[in-house]
Design a protein around this ligand. Structure first.
Ligand code: NAD
Ligand code: UDP
Length: 322
């Protein structure tokens, strides 16, 4: 196993043209590595990585992770999977296949290559949590047959596969449980709360709050998260995770809406719509393990991160208007 922090490595990033994947590609290229960015462009876009196309250490591969892949790399980041409820519920069977078959294919590749593999898991493995904040020891409260199950159970099964490959085949795995993350390059129509609210505020249309807006989320800025990925990936092979990565500062959805209105100076009004089924009522990561093991905690707080995000969407929305 090559040293993840010092050697020049070739990384495979699945889902590399997505929101998080494209920031990860930037970071790895910036650190002097070679990157093979794999994506089927279901929710990702060439726009997210167009600045990397033509870079001598960057390669783009159109491929679907539900099919096997034969390639030579030194390490794998497995991020391929739609992350927004609107997109993952669009074709739920494909969502489960992407998580499960995708994990099997990428784990098979990692087994053949004897290389380290990272899994982008999620706070959704905790479902609608009955303990608060959530620690990695909590097993979760997940509906196996609801509209969110394709994503939640797909990701849970992927974790199972990662740990079985680790126990059975001694694979060097790193499992991160990512909590709500936001920032530039989120898909403007992907339905996630930060992109929805920012775009609605910039367009001056109603801000759609689902339910009474008292449900909570804890929002992490993308740069902080990517730093967490890289640190977790560089840990010795005794560290497997699962490790929570997210910002522990918790806000109600109504507070988020009010902050977005304030920061954009928008005239948008709040409009209340029905709460989707199985929408978790609260979510906050306990990041004690990440603090202790990788010395990581988020640096950017919500207002600062929102300012960056608003600037990105402002350009995008005004570009659309022209
Ligand atoms: P995203 O939708 O922007 O990116 C996902 C990428 O995967 C897209 O580029 C998409 O085209 C690609 N993809 C989807 N299915 C594929 C397939 N079958 N084969 C190849 N590529 C495929 O979402 P994101 O926010 O960047 O999320 C990236 C990863 O992080 C996902 O696995 C997601 O579950 C996980 N995650 C994200 C968050 C978050 O808040 N952003 C939270 C928890 C977990
Ligand atoms: N939400 C909302 N209005 C929107 C989009 C989302 O009130 O326009 C709420 C949603 O019901 C949930 C929270 O915001 O309670 C976070 O939703 P998101 O889809 O971003 O992520 P997840 O539910 O997966 O955490």
């Amino acid at each position: 196993m090559k040293n993840q922090s010092s050697d020049r490595l070739t990384y495979l990033v699945t889902g590399g043209a997505g929101f998080l994947g494209s920031h990860l590609c930037d970071r790895l290229i910036g650190d002097g590595h070679d990157v093979i960015c794999l994506d089927n462009f279901f929710t990702g876009s060439k726009r997210n990585i167009e600045h990397l196309i033509g870079h001598p250490r960057f390669e783009l591969l159109r491929h679907d992770v539900t099919f096997p892949l034969y390639i030579e790399v030194d390490a794998i980041y497995n991020l391929a999977c739609p992350a927004s409820p609107v997109h993952y519920q669009h074709d739920p069977v494909q969502t489960t296949k992407t998580s499960v078959h995708g994990a099997i294919n990428m784990l098979g590749l990692s087994k053949r290559l004897k290389c380290r593999i990272f899994q982008a898991s999620t706070s959704e493995v905790y479902g609608d949590p009955s303990i608060h904040p959530q620690t990695e020891a909590y097993w979760g409260n997940v509906n196996p047959i609801g509209p969110r199950s394709c994503y939640d159970e797909g990701k849970r099964c992927a974790e199972t596969l990662f740990f079985d490959y680790h126990r059975q085949h001694r694979l060097d795995i790193k499992v991160a449980r990512i909590f709500n993350t936001y920032g530039p390059r989120m898909h403007p129509n992907d339905g996630r709360v930060v992109s929805n609210f920012v775009v609605q505020a910039l367009k001056g249309i109603d801000i759609t709050i689902y339910g009474d807006g008292q449900q909570t989320r804890s929002f992490c800025y993308v740069d902080d998260l990517i730093e967490g990925f890289v640190r977790l990936m560089a840990t010795p092979d005794t560290v497997t995770g699962p490790m929570n990565l997210g910002n522990p500062n918790e806000f109600t959805i109504k507070e988020l809406a009010e902050t977005v209105i304030e920061l954009t100076g928008s005239k948008s009004k709040l409009s209340y719509e029905p709460l989707p089924q199985d929408d978790p009522t609260q979510r906050q990561p306990d990041i004690g393990l990440a603090r202790e093991t990788i010395g990581w905690e988020p640096k950017l707080q919500l207002r600062e991160g929102l300012i960056e995000t608003i600037a990105y969407f402002d350009k995008l929305v005004s570009g659309e208007a022209n």
